[in-house]
Structure formats: structure tokens, C-alpha cells
Design a protein around this ligand. Sequence first.
Ligand code: NAP
Ligand code: HSE
Length: 431
Amino acid sequence: MDTIKVGLLGLGTVGTGVAKVLKNNQDSITKKVGKPVELAKVLVNNTKKQRSITLPDGVITDKPEDVLDNPEISIIVEVMGGIEPAKDYIIRALDNDKHVVTANKDLIAIHGKELFEAAQNKNSDLFFEASVAGGIPIIRPLKECLAGNRLEQVMGIINGTTNYILTKMTQEGSDFSEVLKEAQDLGYAEADPTADIEGYDAARKIAILASVAFGTRVTFSDVYVEGITKITAEDIQYARDLGYVIKLLGIANSINGHVEVRVHPAFIPKHHPLAAVNDVFNAIFIKGDAIGEAMFFGRGAGEMPTASAVVGDIVAAARDIVYGVTGRISCTCFEEKPIIKIGEIQSEYYLRLKVADKPGVLASIAGVFGNHDVSIASVVQKSTGKNGKAEIVLITHKVNENSIRDALQIIGGMSIVDTISNVIRVEGGNK
Ligand code: NAP
Ligand code: HSE
């Protein structure tokens, strides 16, 4: 029986997991594919580095040509990360008639079009399951199992680091900076956590999900992004009192042929399925016209969960090679759907304001909201007991974002208003 040979680009966290899964589950993978799948070459930066896995002599190399131009290798797995040289290597692999599996969300979310065109030209497979939500199967379910649906929403907790931070803030009442430090000490958050806490990592993932779900090209720069750095223990406490939890959500909605795509912290009702997704776990909630609501839950990162998704893609590509049907499911961006600007979205809002604690203040503020068609669903007012100040917390009905912004512009300039402490969107229906 001949063997399907795999070339790995990168032997870090994910690459090591891929090598382990291919080795540990070799027999069952051979049966599932119909031919053995063998790790033939691995490209790394530093061949002298101590590794947690031992590979046969001659497998590890620092010469890209040993892998990319190797005529025996038919599947290239890119788990190096970054834009270049990863993009160049993938294009070169496709030009060499190889099939490609990648976990690289940065690359797919920015350069997906170019990469899919290169794959299509060669009738090659380009699979990217691990680029979103690590081990959770979501790309292939959207492209295949749910292909009969018209999807209207994809909404998820797609960053483990921020979910861990928000979970700790909720369960222990700690402040953001305290929990971030703890997450870094535990190795969950990177030394430079910017991409996670500012929402950029989730933005790349929701761009990919929106493209796949709605059949239109959505790139990283199309996504409106807010991170979690402004969330305080007070917001978490108000959310709890009002029957919500705060989560960093990636949200993509398809509305009348247009697409809305954003990442920001949001209040979600305690009974919403996403509200129970805690710690470093991820989950993706979808709505389709046939399936109704469904949720995919699991580990969004880490060596073995991410390797699970990558090896699933290797098996899919290997099966396609065996059956001579490669290039079957390529780019599914068939239409161009305009992106809805953030000011034009509709949402409910949580607003927390510090104001003068005296008669008529609430009425004045309510008047401004009324003039901007912002309807208030509930109000809580607490005296701070300090300097004659009170804290007002309002939840609005569903309104246009521009109306809230315009109203807050005026309210922020009123002498009775000390501070607009926070504005957080409320998602996921009524509590
Ligand atoms: P990593 O631990 O930093 O590993 C990167 C590997 O690539 C290392 O083995 C490194 O070689 C090699 N490499 C980097 N640049 C190279 C170059 N120019 N030439 C040759 N080799 C090079 O990264 P990772 O965490 O495994 O992530 C890999 C990819 O998976 C990224 O796209 C990431 O976004 C994605 N991903 C990661 C996770 C996760 O949980 N980590 C989850 C989902 C997706 P040396 O070992 O010699 O330094
Ligand atoms: N940094 C990401 C997270 C994992 O915290 O979810 C890699 O996608």
C-alpha cells in the first residue's frame, strides 16, 4: 500500500500536537483514509532546539525546499503562524500541486481570497478548520452539514483568554488588571496580550466565520472591534443584579442581503446557552432557517485540541486524494454582501452614568433619550454617598446605535452629568 506523505511547517505548540496525534492514532487513521498517512518532513526555525517529541533522524529540517518542493509530499500543513513567510510557503506548496491545511487565522482573515484562488486554480484542497475555535468543529459543519440552511446569525465566545478573565471577574469579583496578571502567570495569556484583550484575535475568527456562514468575503478590516479593558467589577456586578453575564462576543448577522460583523463585550441573559460557557472554553451559537438554533462547544486552543482539528483536515485531504476528488469544497464566497456600518446596527444598550444626586436629573436625561428615539426598558439609581453623586444604570430597548451615540454626546456635555462610565451592548434576546 503506498503512503500519503505530509510535510509540517512548524513544530511549536500545534505542530507538536499534530505529530503526536498522527503517531498515536496511526492505525485508525490508516483505516479511515484507506492508506497510511506519514509525517515525512518538518520545517522549523532552529533545528538545535530541544523538542518534547522525538522524530526519526532526517525528518526535521530548516530548509523550506526540503518540504515545499519535495515531490513525495502531497499534503503541507502550515502551523508556523504569522503572515510571511507562511503565505509565500502556502502559495508555493499549492503551485507545486500540494494540498494545504492551515491553522493560521491571521492569514485566512486577511489573505483568504488570494489563497483560495491559488487552491482553486490547481484543484487543490485548502482546509483551515483549526483557524477558528481550536478543536471545535465549525468550519466543515458550516460548509457541509449546514449547507442546506440560510444562516442568519453566528455568535460566539471565540477567545479563551478573555473568557477566562471575564469568568474570574464574574466569579471572584476581581478587577481586570488583577485577573490579566493571573492569566499571564498561568500561561493562558501571552506576555503581550493585546491581540486577545483588545479583541483582534476574536475579530480574525469572526471574519472567517462570517465569510463561511454567509457566503461572502469578510476580512479582518471589516470587523468593528472593542476589547474588554474597560469592563470593571462594577459593570460585572450590575450585570449580575440585572440577570445578565458579560462575555466578549464575536457577532455576525446576515440582514436583508447585508452583513453585520463585530466583536465587543456584551451583556447576555443568564439563561442564554453562551452564558454558561466559562473559563478558557469557546462556543459558537448559530441560527439557521432549517436547523433553528444550535451551539458548538469545546476547547478553543491548546496543543491537542487544535491538533485534533488539524489532523481532521489532514484526514479529509488524504481521503480526497485517495478518491481523486480534491478541490471539492473550495471557496464558498459566492456573493458580495455589503457590510453594515457600526452606527447603523440595532442593539439594546446598558449605560452607566455618574450624575448629580438632585431632583430632576433623571427626567432631564430621559428627555434627551426621548428626543433621540431611545426608549428605556429599565433604570436603577444608587446614591454613591460621595460628593452628592448618584450612579444611574439604564437598559434601553432595541435602538439604532447612532441614536445612542448622538444622545450620549449631548448627555455627556450636561452639567448634571459627571461621567459616562460605560456603554455595553446587550445581546441574545430578553433575559
Ligand atoms: P508556535 O508555538 O510559536 O510555533 C511556531 C513554529 O513554527 C515553531 O516550531 C517555529 O520553529 C516554526 N517557525 C516559525 N517561523 C518559522 C520560519 N520562518 N521558518 C521555519 N519555521 C518557523 O505557534 P503555535 O502556537 O503552534 O501556532 C501555530 C499556528 O496555529 C498559528 O497560526 C496560530 O494562530 C494557530 N493556532 C494556534 C493555537 C494554539 O492554541 N496555540 C490554536 C489555534 C490556532 P522553532 O520551533 O524552531 O522556533
Ligand atoms: N489566544 C487565543 C485564545 C488562542 O485565547 O483563544 C489561539 O487562537
